[in-house]
Ligand binder design. Sequence first.
Ligand code: SF4
Ligand code: SF4
Length: 308
Amino acid sequence: MSHSPLRCLVSGIQHFSPCVGHGLRTTIFLAGCPLRCFWCCNPECRINRPVLVCNMEKCIGRHACGHCMDACPNSAIYSSKNVIRVARDRCRNCGACVSRCPSGALFMSGRSMSPEEIMEDVMKDKDYIMNGGGVTLSGGEPMMHPQESAEILRLAHSLGLHTAMETCGFFDLDAPAAIAALQETDLLFFDIKHSDPLIHRRGTGVDNSRILCNFERISVEFPHLELHSRTLIVPGFNDDDATMRNIARIVKRTGSFLHILEVYSGICQDKYAQLGMPFSQFPASLAQGRMEAIMDIFQEEGLSVELH
Ligand code: SF4
Ligand code: SF4
């Protein structure tokens, strides 16, 4: 393939991702997101630049190694009782320590790839993703990079792949690149996190007016799309009856009949520690029987529910 000048910051490419009804897929995670959901399980995808990740379980110790301390030009790495630590206020995420780390304890969260390089990696899986599966663009928020996303999806289509995208819905739907990306998308997973603008802002950093407007517009303006609305149930944030019923009614207004519910798993605290980011604590599980009650609400509103 000839390479375009576009570059994407890729947090990861996940092989063999199952997707209900849409086969085995390869998922591309692009870094960068305009939201700051307090429960986010992919904090490495939030920032649109490479960030130093420290998995100290892999470190062989300052006495046995310590190369990272010598390599850092900003004196950001020190040791305390033979345990390596990074002073995040001094770290410039330059990556100099990574190339000196023999154990893989230090690495950068993203790597720059062209859309063609991404697709070359994806096509290593062609034997199974071309057989009822496909490629899924995720993040972060893929539509934070509409031009790059459009090109990745266009290449995937040109190779005969089914394409899906996961979006938080917060993007400029009138931007030509966003329209191009949606035209190259076969299946869109669209997150509706809360029905109330103020609570949405408190939980994610932005209010939901643009998101809900985009949801309704996409359902009308992109009729070729298989549009699946989706809500992650976050205990204490959106699991009350009124919110669930409001979300069900928002979905129903678009003529959709299917809504996907997911339950927050609360297993991402380690990622925050490795990135040096603070993590908000909240209940890790729903009250007994709550999920069934939520599903009942959606069904009472005439929607089918898939629980993922
Ligand atoms: S990424 Fe650069 S600044 Fe940060 S700790 Fe490593 S060498 Fe130092
Ligand atoms: S270079 Fe890697 S293995 Fe060596 S002390 Fe630093 S973090 Fe540990």
